[in-house]
Design a protein around this ligand. Sequence first.
Ligand code: AP5
Ligand code: MG
Length: 219
Amino acid sequence: MNLILLGAPGAGKGTQGKGLSDKYRIPQISTGDILRANVRNKTALGLKAKEFMDKGVLVPDDIVVGMVSDRIKEDDCANGFILDGFPRNLKQAEVLEETLSMTGKRIDHVIGIDVERKELVRRLSGRRVCRKCGASYHVIFSPPMNIGMCDKCGSEIYQRDDDSEETIEARLKVYEQETFPLIEYYTRKGLYAAVEGIGTVDRITNSIVGAIEKGRSNT
Ligand code: AP5
Ligand code: MG
């Protein structure tokens, strides 16, 4: 199963992607995570990407598309993958389709996670992330047991550079202008289903699984 998780910054793509990856035993591919790893390791790609990420705008397509095309050809994607944060504009969606069709593959489901803007801002402005294992916390809604330390692996938790108030606004604007049109694109292809992104993480996961099952029975 090749799945795309669509949703605004803070909608829960990363959170849901983890659970779905465990459930379906297919890798979660987060372009944001891959880019941040490159920034951390100061690779040439990371140095280029950082200036865009810090502004909250999209990293140029040529950088991201090549990265994803290489990743989905790896052996662990043979039975499927979950894309989190890709595609993010029509160009990326078209190139993805071409890349997949070259190997006789296609996207099976696109699930949009709906969350209202006010809640997105609340989630992003309080988010903290573990530097090592990527576990996500929120200073008010899900704080770690020990301040600054990950419950799961004990490593340091930090605030993403792009989770500042100003950059959150820029990211939400970019989402509305560039990524939102993908809903119509995938709806026309009969692949899109939306789920309500407010509620417990488990409940939302169940809604996504339900939408996938429903999509399967319709094909
Ligand atoms: P990326 O890392 O993809 O960031 P994003 O799209 O802005 O999304 P987030 O990771 O912020 O949110 P999420 O939906 O994963 O939510 P999460 O699960 O963490 O991209 C970063 C940057 O990289 C981009 O701005 C761009 O520059 C670049 N980039 C990436 N991909 C690109 C591409 N394809 N092309 C070009 N550039 C690209 O949850 C958020 C918070 O809410 C957490 O604190 C979490 O604990 C909490 N939460 C989750 N679920 C719930 C719930 N049900 N109830 C309460 N709280 C919840
Ligand atoms: Mg994410």
